[in-house]
Design a protein around this ligand. Structure first.
Ligand SMILES: [Zn+2]
Ligand SMILES: [Zn+2]
Length: 291
């Protein structure tokens, strides 16, 4: 029954964060309605996955970390493929319901699956064991598909599985030992960042396994410059200054940031990411590219 109350709590948090986001940005209503359903489906899928064990101790993890290796690639992991495929189908239905563009794209993908051009189970396993979004996009572009929609569905489908491993492995990483731009657990690049605790520690957030790891605040995540005159923050107009883009004039990359220090609890970062699309647009209009 413990599992059920975890699920209940998670759903309450999803509802709460969506409500807060909509109070501030009502124009995201459609997008966030899709996120709500999609995140609930992911939370429900997670309940179906058997508990996982990570076959790694602190010493082994320390060796990986000091060699700059992400932990997940160095340990035995298993994807619950049935649950992931089922979730993939469900997320496709949810996306289709929330927009004609999505519906069209999902139907196209399903057509390729039915024609035997894509083996969903195999794709999910490949990405689960470390495949990148870029490789995935390239692969499906050859099939004349929008790589972005497909990659979003695939990553969301394996996220519950990855999160279970991340929760086992993350405690093995000490903040001071890993200040890289890639996730210490799965090796992927962050999609957003947040400021936490009184002193405003900067944490980077992994889009795939939800791991958060510390990174110096006054340093470009992409090129590593610490020259202060190259680093700036871009704020959207007429908004409180708790959400912005950290931009670097040296490499022209940006990463969004959410200052969570005034919040009662840590926000769900996928929702924070969706509700700040205007900040992506702002940064991109100024010529900055995401990581
Ligand atoms: Zn990760
Ligand atoms: Zn840079």
């Amino acid at each position: 029954m413990a599992g059920n109350s975890d699920l209940q709590k998670r759903i309450e948090q999803i509802e709460e964060d969506i409500k807060t986001a909509l109070e501030r940005m009502p124009e995201y209503e459609k997008l966030l309605a899709m996120y709500r359903e999609s995140l609930v489906a992911q939370a429900e899928a997670r309940e179906k996955i058997a508990p996982v064990e990570a076959d790694m101790d602190e010493n082994q993890a320390a060796v990986c970390i000091s060699s700059g290796l992400a932990l997940l690639g160095e340990t035995e992991v298993t994807l619950d493929k049935d649950t992931a495929v089922e979730l993939y189908m469900k997320l496709g239905e949810i996306a289709s319901k929330h927009g004609e563009d999505f519906a069209e794209e999902v139907a196209k993908i399903n057509g390729k699956v039915d024609a035997g051009k894509i083996d969903i189970g195999a794709v999910l396993e490949e990405v689960f064991s470390g495949g990148s979004a870029e490789d995935l996009k390239k692969k499906v572009m050859d099939l004349d598909l929008d790589g972005h929609v497909f990659a979003s569905l695939v990553f969301a489908s394996i996220r519950p599985n990855l999160e279970l491993y991340s929760e086992k492995l993350r405690p093995l990483v000490k903040d001071d030992d890993w200040e890289k731009k890639s996730c210490p657990v799965c090796g992927r690049l962050p999609y957003i960042s947040k400021l936490v605790q009184k002193e405003g520690k900067r944490m980077l957030c992994c889009p795939a396994c939800s791991t958060e790891w510390r990174f110096p605040r006054l340093k470009c995540v992409n090129c590593g410059t610490i020259e202060h005159d190259k680093l700036r923050m871009l704020y959207p107009e007429d908004e409180p200054r708790d959400r912005y883009a950290d931009v670097c004039d040296n490499c022209r990359r940006y990463l969004k940031a959410i200052d969570t220090r005034e919040l009662a609890r840590s926000p769900i970062m996928q929702i924070a990411d969706a509700a700040t699309l205007h900040i992506d647009m702002l940064a991109q209009r100024e010529g900055f590219v995401t990581l």
